[in-house]
Design a protein around this ligand. Sequence first.
Ligand SMILES: [Zn+2]
Length: 249
Amino acid sequence: MRRVRAAVQVIVLSLTAAASRASQPPIHRASPPSKRTTSGAVARPTSKPGDAQASSFAKLPPLSLTNINTRKTVALRLYDSSGTVDEQVAQKLDSLLCDARDRDDIQTRTIERRLLQLVYRAAYHFSSDKVEVVSAYRKAVRKREGMHAQGRAIDFRLSGVAAPTLAAYLRTIPRVGVGIYTHPKTQFVHLDVRDQSFHWLDASPPRRHWREMNIGSKALIALDAKYSPKDDWPEGTTPPTVRRADVTK
Ligand SMILES: [Zn+2]
């Protein structure tokens, strides 16, 4: 038991260290605090002036997301100044993350908000401001599209971050599916949100699916048990839904 507690302490310490590193945004990318959200609406004054929580979200820069199929790009902040997912922004992301395989019949659906949060969390972790979306929502027709058909999955790359590095980071997050596509012509990471984590790698060429290796382990059960919704928010921020007493000191 003592060893378990010591291990947990080490994990907490390393998470704290990671969070403090991530809480120091590069100066050249810091954005001035804005009273307007990216959607143009005036932000709600949900926090007292000078509140550390508000300033931690105001410091987060917008992310530029490009759907490589439609070549559409948007630059958006996911969170409002109180740290709540901005629903108007999330709906713009729903449109961006559409199924555009048939250009005459583009399909959209609501994308799981936790999935959006984790993409932002990863981008902020690496101080990457560009997300390249290979595929997100895929309408299931003849083929089973799995989590993609449910709006719970995204295949993506982060600028400046190698796919194995991105996948390694995502595998530290509880309750996710993480697949890495390692073929030289794919090199992207699949992320989905689910209750029981599953990690794999796939070396197939594009649009093939012939080799898959489960790289998960029993350790994932312990990782999933530690899940706390506050961990879906960017490192170094205090989510508005978490009571002070619940925040790890
Ligand atoms: Zn995928």
